[in-house]
Design a protein around this ligand. Structure first.
Ligand SMILES: NC(=O)c1ccc[n+]([C@@H]2O[C@H](COP(=O)([O-])OP(=O)(O)OC[C@H]3O[C@@H](n4cnc5c(N)ncnc54)[C@H](OP(=O)(O)O)[C@@H]3O)[C@@H](O)[C@H]2O)c1
Length: 278
């Protein structure tokens, strides 16, 4: 399994599991729990959630799945921007810890930038880290200008990760944000690697490359994301067959020829593009 190093030296799996929309439907919950547990068994042990997902039900479902195996997973959760004041962040984290039924969240992210000054949010994150409630903190949906501003506030340089949209049909971050984060040793977590709807997986280029490797297009999309050494990726899969495919994507090495086929259909950015969001 590829691993990605956080600035504090912690190594996390490059392939993880997303949980947006998981836990929202009671009838699907037991299948989703099994899929998530299977993913952990297969090494997809970085688990991403947020207080937003299902109004906390995603965190509760994860809490049930990781009971007795907390030590096997690297847990990421996110705070709403409207809860991201110095005190608000600490109260929101306490609620997430309770729902997850754990003592510590390994990586706690600001879900997107809102109206609260960054200095306040960073002060809240710093207090949580000092109290041992979180292992590290980071942000999500921050472009280069936001990152520059973040690093300018007291304690902002402790940011460990930026979680952003990245898939074969959305490559804008390759122009500036990815290299910027690499220079700063801030890891990038790629969300919606299949474009959420799965549409990018129907690309002929991805299908052709997948056929050449004898794998599924989804595995090519994941291998493409984690070919960058500081990028991890968090596909969401409720179907166990999908979980199995995703777990083996780390074995695929894309050749220069594969990348040329993908580039021809989905050209890398030649100029600054504003950050795509979902
Ligand atoms: N920070 C943010 O603002 C933000 C925004 C969006 C997402 N996220 C995070 O990123 C995670 C992933 O993104 P996402 O949920 O938007 O969507 P995604 O991972 O791009 O796509 C999920 C869809 O792909 C399908 N799928 C999974 N594995 C597959 C495979 N091997 N082959 C074919 N289809 C496959 C899933 O189907 P099945 O479920 O049927 O398997 C599901 O319909 C989220 O769950 C969340 O944790 C963060």
């Amino acid at each position: 399994m590829h691993r990605v190093r956080l600035p504090d030296g912690t190594d996390v799996p490059a392939l993880g599991q997303g949980t947006w929309l998981i836990g929202e439907n009671k009838r699907r919950a037991s299948k989703e729990e099994s899929a998530l547990a299977l993913g952990i068994d297969l090494g997809l042990s970085l688990i991403d959630t947020a207080e937003m997902y299902g109004d906390g039900r995603s965190e509760e479902l994860i809490g049930r799945v990781i009971k007795g195996r907390r030590h096997e997973v690297f847990l990421v959760s996110k705070v709403y921007p409207h809860n991201a004041s110095r005190d608000g962040v600490q109260a929101a984290c306490a609620r997430s810890l309770k729902r997850l039924n754990v003592e510590t969240i390994d990586l706690y992210l600001l879900h997107w930038r809102g109206g609260v000054p960054l200095a306040e949010t960073v002060a809240g994150f710093t207090a949580l880290k000092r109290a041992g409630k979180i292992g590290a903190w980071g942000v999500s949906n921050f472009d280069v200008a936001d990152m520059d501003e973040l690093l300018g506030v007291p304690g902002g340089d402790a940011c460990a990760a930026n979680q952003v949209l990245y898939h074969p049909a959305s490559r804008g971050i390759e122009y500036d944000l990815l290299p910027w984060c690499a220079r700063q040793k801030i890891s990038v977590m790629a969300y919606s690697p299949f474009g959420h709807s799965g549409t990018p997986l129907r690309s002929k280029a991805l299908t052709d490359v997948a056929r050449r490797h004898g794998v599924a297009p989804a595995q090519i999309a994941l291998a493409g994301a984690i070919r960058h050494p500081h990028v991890s990726v968090i596909p969401k899969a409720g179907d166990p067959a999908h979980v199995r495919e995703n777990a083996t994507a780390g074995k695929i090495t894309l050749t220069a020829e594969d990348l040329a086929v993908i580039d021809a259909a989905h050209p890398p950015p030649r100029r600054k593009q504003s950050l795509d969001l979902l």
